[in-house]
Design a protein around this ligand. Structure first.
Ligand SMILES: [Fe+2]
Length: 188
């Protein structure tokens, strides 16, 4: 039920519209897995599920095209469901945006996605969502410190900043030194 890394790589290669898109998104997914793996010790979670979720969470980015980027979550869910992946795998795509979208967020911000709650429901989903916040696919890609992301998310409301602060309290900030050395991307 949980895809192997080889199967996941094939999903990326088949879905990516270009070599550049593949390299950007696949590297980001590997970084998110590397960050998430730092939090697994001592937790009662399925590490293989976290790995698959982290490595697949952003495949919807390949489908965004000229539509709104916020749609990448639901597009990824659709893509994975279309390939026959189970709901727990598909949900990593649709439930990792920000610190979790509520139906109120969708309505108030008029987001172009179906009106629903997109909040992590399992520890595995929460870990992928959290780890994702520490790396950005901007040009050039960067790592974000916990403080930087917390300041960024505060723009969406004190409640969002509070949710992120709570995640930081529970999991701690990741150690990014090895990843910055390996990739050359700065921490901002
Ligand atoms: Fe991501």
């Amino acid at each position: 039920m949980i895809p192997t890394e080889r199967e996941i790589l094939a999903v990326h290669k088949d879905a990516a519209p270009s070599r550049e898109a593949f390299e950007l998104v696949y590297e980001h997914c590997q970084i998110v897995w590397s960050v998430a793996s730092q939090f697994l010790t001592g937790l009662d979670v399925d590490g293989d599920l976290v790995r698959a979720g982290a490595l697949l969470h952003d495949v919807g980015v390949y489908r965004v095209g000229t539509t709104a980027y916020i749609r990448h979550g639901v597009l990824g869910h659709e893509l994975l469901a279309g390939l026959g992946f189970s709901e727990p795998i598909c949900r990593f795509a649709s439930h990792h945006t920000g610190v979790g979208l509520t139906r109120d967020d969708v309505l108030q911000q008029e987001l172009p996605i179906p009106v629903a709650d997109y909040l992590p429901e399992t520890r595995e989903e929460e870990l992928v969502l959290y780890a994702d916040k520490f790396h950005s696919k901007r040009t050039p890609p960067v790592f974000l410190s916990g403080d930087t992301y917390e300041a960024t998310v505060a723009r969406w409301g004190a409640d969002k900043a509070g949710i992120f602060a709570d995640l930081r309290r529970r999991y701690g900030d990741p150690v990014l030194d090895a990843l910055t050395a390996k990739t050359g991307y700065a921490v901002i």
